[in-house]
Ligand binder design. Structure first.
Ligand SMILES: [Zn+2]
Ligand SMILES: [Zn+2]
Length: 333
């Protein structure tokens, strides 16, 4: 939560950032001599070898210079926040990380919907503006080190809960801690393909299973929220399943956890949760369990086998402890 003062600073900086992005797109902040600043050429960093760097016009420079340093820092802070958020937002659905200058309107819509529509993202030329703000600050003797210190805290000066600890491992996680109320953040912090890595044995190399999990978690027709997944995993009666190894461990929707602990939750419960979810979504499976369960190597290279037998089960033949994915990968490569 932002304090009233912080909200004011955030709004002020966000409106300026947004306005300047618009002006950048319209070309009104650039010198005439610069080539057309139409958005086509700025989309792609790989393509701009021959493009001269656009130059800011004098009136915009005067505007920048008229603002107090602290307000310029706020704008840098908001710009970095928007970029981080767009990166997070893009990563959760595309599994590709890219740096984008975020369009605040598209970003707000994407956050509101809990979805991400690549088409609504507009890439604009913010970098020269950002550099210019830094130049102005430097000309006022604000040193770079100081600048880096200053910008991340230009808006939020008194974060609430900055010293809060993870309920499970007690490491200080502060505002990065995850709980039922901000679990939506997990979609960008732990993308679906990375979650499949936390399944036991070699399940993450079972392409058919991975396809089903991904389809289920990113189903736009019947979207499932991060909050619901977390709640269902925590409330799962794990002692009644065959995956009861960690049934002593207590998880709660009232607690706050660090990302490392959330990954442990996935290590312990993603498989039983998925098995239950899959069965209730597609009806109880008539598939027979494969003897080698989640350690089965055949499922990693024979789709027909992967489709025919159930692998969401413990091995009853061969090595019965969960294989270490890293070791398995080295062998299978
Ligand atoms: Zn923890
Ligand atoms: Zn098998």
């Amino acid at each position: 939560m932002l304090s009233q003062e912080e909200t004011l600073r955030f709004d002020r900086a966000m409106y300026r950032y947004w306005l300047w992005l618009e002006m950048s797109d319209q070309g009104t902040i650039w010198k005439e001599t610069a080539k057309s600043t139409g958005s086509d050429d700025e989309d792609d960093d790989d393509n701009d070898d021959d493009e001269p760097e656009p130059v800011l016009c004098d009136s915009f420079l005067r505007l920048l210079s008229s603002l107090p340093s602290v307000e310029l820092c706020e704008i840098l802070d908001v710009g970095a926040f928007a970029e981080d958020t767009s990166l997070w937002s893009g990563k959760r659905s595309t599994a590709v990380s890219f740096v984008a200058n975020a369009d605040p309107a598209a970003l707000a819509i994407s956050l509101e919907n809990g979805g991400f529509d690549a088409e609504t993202m507009v890439y604009r030329n913010w970098e020269p503006v950002r550099r210019c703000i830094k130049d102005v600050l430097q000309s006022r003797q604000v040193e770079f080190d100081e600048l880096d210190d200053k910008t991340p805290s230009a808006i939020v000066t008194a974060p609430v809960g900055a010293e809060d600890k993870c309920s499970r491992c007690e490491s200080v996680g502060g505002l990065s801690l995850l709980g039922v109320n901000n679990m939506i953040l997990l979609s960008g912090l732990l993308p679906v393909h990375e979650r499949t890595w936390l399944l036991p044995g070699v399940l993450h190399r079972n392409r058919e299973e991975r396809k089903l999990i991904t389809a289920h978690l990113s189903d736009t027709q019947n979207p499932i929220s991060e909050k619901d997944i977390f709640r269902e995993m925590v409330e799962l009666d794990i002692a009644s399943t065959v995956f009861d190894t960690y049934s002593e461990e207590h998880w709660s929707t009232d607690e706050w956890y660090c990302l490392a602990c959330i990954k442990d939750l996935y290590r312990q419960r993603f498989l039983p949760w998925w098995r239950k979810t899959k069965e209730s979504a597609h009806g109880a499976t008539a598939q027979e369990d494969c003897w080698y369960g989640y350690n089965c190597r055949t499922m990693t290279h024979k789709n027909a086998h992967a489709l025919k037998l159930n692998h969401l089960c413990k091995p009853t033949r061969g090595d019965q402890t969960s294989l270490d994915p890293a070791v398995v990968n080295a062998v299978l490569m």
